[in-house]
Ligand binder design. Structure first.
Ligand code: SF4
Length: 337
């Protein structure tokens, strides 16, 4: 009989790990609280830097794990330590004995309405990166004007912000802003697009090319400075106050649309799993890996492993690579157990 491996979370990291574990001869069992697999990526439209389809990635992974056991709309209710393993109890009444658990519970996006100065949920034309991505994917959104003439992006919303309780960089939102700015210019070539940033953190393969292309081909304006206040004029436009810190001058701009780049925080469900399984939580609120060099997929508990954004912000390729690595670590662990 094939050995069970319980995977908590059916986002792309959990799906990729399930694929690898199936190939290695195990019985992966995915527990996912949503009614579908794919996590945040299932609600995304295109992925940087090559603008490939997020839906295609989720579809392909879904096809590759058609033989895995998948429990949708289900959570873990309890994890009991047994001799040599665990008993994982689910909210649907199923109990699974296993020697290995993979936590792939992902992240949540910062709630942009907590940054009151940006007016999300107050002004008609303020949206988030996730709202814009859903609109790119075909979801209607009345907050997005039919022909905007000026559009702004605010970087670091809920990231690198002690007041918001998160001092960490979310790593992906600079590049997401560059991608979304280009996509808006594709649709609205006459619109002026501004990105307000603290620093630009573009570290991956081809990211710099993408950024240069945004400036040179698409004429996106990158302004170094924080937006301090957003208001609304009588004719319904947004009025944005900021400071261009490179030239040391205050700025006032009228915009038709403002996009807030909400950062990534640890999924609160990871904290619940941590309490059940007595896992360590790091100072940034994410789960704590055994170490941050060679042991990112390992916890301090025997047989419990990590993949994806439950331990920190990750790009899509990083989450997939870590899931493959975690599957191999689990295989090695079970061979030696
Ligand atoms: S990736 Fe960019 S926008 Fe996101 S938190 Fe880091 S510096 Fe800010």
């Amino acid at each position: 009989m094939k050995e069970n491996v319980v995977i908590i979370g059916g986002g792309i990291a959990g799906m990729q790990a399930a694929r690898e574990l199936l190939l290695l001869g195990y019985n992966p069992m995915i527990v996912e609280q949503q009614d579908h697999l794919g996590g945040h990526v299932s609600r995304w439209h295109r992925l940087f830097p090559d603008l490939s389809s997020a839906q295609d990635l989720v579809r392909r992974l879904g096809e590759e794990i058609s033989e895995a056991n998948i429990f949708l709309e289900t959570k873990v209710s309890y994890i009991n330590r047994l001799s040599g393993g665990y008993l994982v109890m689910l909210t649907n009444g199923v109990s699974i004995p296993t020697k290995a658990i993979l936590v792939a519970s992902g992240f949540r996006l910062f709630d942009a309405s907590r940054k009151e100065e940006y007016g999300y949920g107050v002004y008609d034309h303020v949206i988030t990166n996730a709202d814009l991505e859903a609109w790119f994917g075909g979801a209607p959104d009345s907050r997005i004007p039919s022909s905007p003439r000026s559009i702004g992006f605010v970087h670091c919303v809920g990231s690198r912000d002690l007041k918001a309780g998160n001092s960490q960089c979310s790593k992906v939102c600079c590049m997401t802003a560059v991608k979304q700015a280009i996509e808006l210019k594709e649709r609205f070539p006459d619109a002026r697009v501004y990105c307000f940033y603290m620093d630009l953190r573009l570290f991956g393969k081809k990211y710099e090319d993408f950024y240069i292309n945004a400036q040179e081909q698409w004429e996106v304006n990158f302004i170094r400075g924080r937006v301090s206040e957003v208001g609304e004029t009588q004719d319904g436009q947004l009025q944005v106050k900021a400071e261009d810190t490179l030239v040391g001058k205050p700025l006032k701009l009228r915009l038709d649309l403002l996009v807030l780049m909400s950062g990534m925080l640890c999924n609160p469900d990871a904290a619940a799993i941590a309490r059940m399984a007595r896992l360590d939580v790091d100072s940034d609120g994410f789960l704590k890996s055994l170490d941050n060099l060679g042991g990112t997929t390992r916890s301090s508990r025997p047989g419990i492993f990590y993949a994806g954004a439950c331990t920190g912000t990750k790009t899509v390729p990083e989450a997939l690579a870590e899931a493959r690595s975690a599957a191999l670590d689990i295989h090695r662990y079970l061979q030696e157990a």
